[in-house]
Design a protein around this ligand. Structure first.
Ligand code: PAP
Length: 330
């Protein structure tokens, strides 16, 4: 894949632009908002719009590839770990030398719009990740018949997770409520990196309803509630089902344990992430369901829930709300 993505800068400059809550400009492309690329520590920053465009032009999927697709902060790190552990379970023992015990899941499963065009980690073997919305995916992902696993999460928790992540990323330790309000406004309008979280989910959800054998749709809250069932579902879908013997041996439980928040965050602590831009422990904060209520006002909660109800109506997406699952059925 081309690493010369500066060529896309001119195109980006012609697109609609809006400032987001951090004052950084975002550009609207194919209905979603992205930040522009910039050089950071001699590498081109990941997840830029230019990198998305380069992926669209240069990335060629194989029919056997499996893509883990997410809106950021919806469970990417966890899903990467689980899919990697499932796929490679005969290669590594679960001890201290397992790649997930020594590196971050992000080092094991590259993003197509980030590391995959810079290098080609040998661990990946057909397992790739992306934050690109469904309608903007490189065409070969759909035409090659590759499989996609998508995970969604309650938008309130996504927002609060993103808010903390971003503040850490820009090194802002203040708790200024105005900044939270500004971020909230941008998030609810969908003027956020990778655009509207709701539209992102809807694109993959509709595709999964149409092609269930090609797109598996998972839910962070459901993984928390019944990890065993969800991990088995994931293993079946990606073509590595557990045998009866493996199940009897407790293999599913081993994988869940290996990929638990505590284990992964410990392994990642203080290690540098590929592409060496940020420290890995930034991907681990609390890892629980419903923490957003500790940060959002009642009014903010109502606004986000209203958008979710309206947007997800008829799409059969389970959302955890007030201690129970609410499904906006068809
Ligand atoms: P990314 O898209 O930038 O990679 P992503 O992994 O999707 O981020 O989301 C990070 C969230 O997943 C964090 O949520 P929080 O801010 O609400 O705490 C992080 O703590 C959580 N997370 C990371 N690993 C796990 C895990 N093994 N189990 C459960 N949650 C996890």
């Amino acid at each position: 894949m081309s690493i010369i993505i500066e060529q896309y800068k001119n195109t980006v400059a012609t697109l609609p632009m809006q400032k987001t809550w951090t004052d950084a400009p975002l550009y609207k492309y194919e209905g979603f908002w992205y930040h522009q690329g910039f050089w950071f520590q001699s590498e081109y920053a990941s997840f830029s719009l230019e990198a998305v465009m380069a992926s669209q032009d240069d990335f060629h999927a194989q029919p056997t590839d499996v893509f883990l697709a997410t809106y950021p902060k919806s469970g990417t790190t966890w899903l990467k770990a689980l899919a990697f552990a499932i796929t490679n379970r005969t290669k590594f023992s679960y001890g201290p030398t397992h790649p997930l015990a020594t590196t971050c899941p992000h080092d094991c499963v590259p993003y197509i719009e980030s590391e995959a065009y810079i290098n080609n980690p040998s661990y990946a073997n057909g397992l790739l990740a992306t934050h690109i919305p469904y309608t903007s995916l490189p065409k070969s992902i759909i035409s090659s018949g590759s499989r996609i696993v998508y995970i969604c999460r309650d938008p309130k928790d996504v927002f609060i997770s993103f808010w903390h992540f971003k503040k850490k990323y820009i090194d802002d330790s203040s708790t200024d409520p105005i900044m939270l309000e500004k971020a909230f406004e941008c998030f609810s309008k969908g003027v956020f990196e990778f655009g509207s979280s709701w539209d992102h989910v809807i694109g993959y959800r509709k595709a999964s309803l149409e092609w269930p054998d090609k797109i598996l749709f998972l839910n962070y809250e459901e993984m928390k509630r019944d990890a065993k069932n969800e991990v088995k579902k994931l293993a079946n879908f990606i073509g590595h089902p557990f045998t009866e013997e493996e199940e009897a041996k407790g293999e599913v439980e081993e994988i869940i344990k290996l990929c638990s928040f505590d284990k992964l965050s410990k392994a990642s602590k203080d290690r540098d992430a590929t592409p060496n831009v940020i420290s890995n422990d930034i991907f681990f904060r609390k890892g629980v369901v419903g923490d957003s209520v500790n940060h959002l006002t009642d009014e903010m909660i109502q606004i986000l829930d209203k958008i979710t109800t309206e947007k997800y109506e008829g799409l059969d997406i389970p959302i955890y709300n007030n201690d129970k699952f609410v499904v906006f059925e068809k």
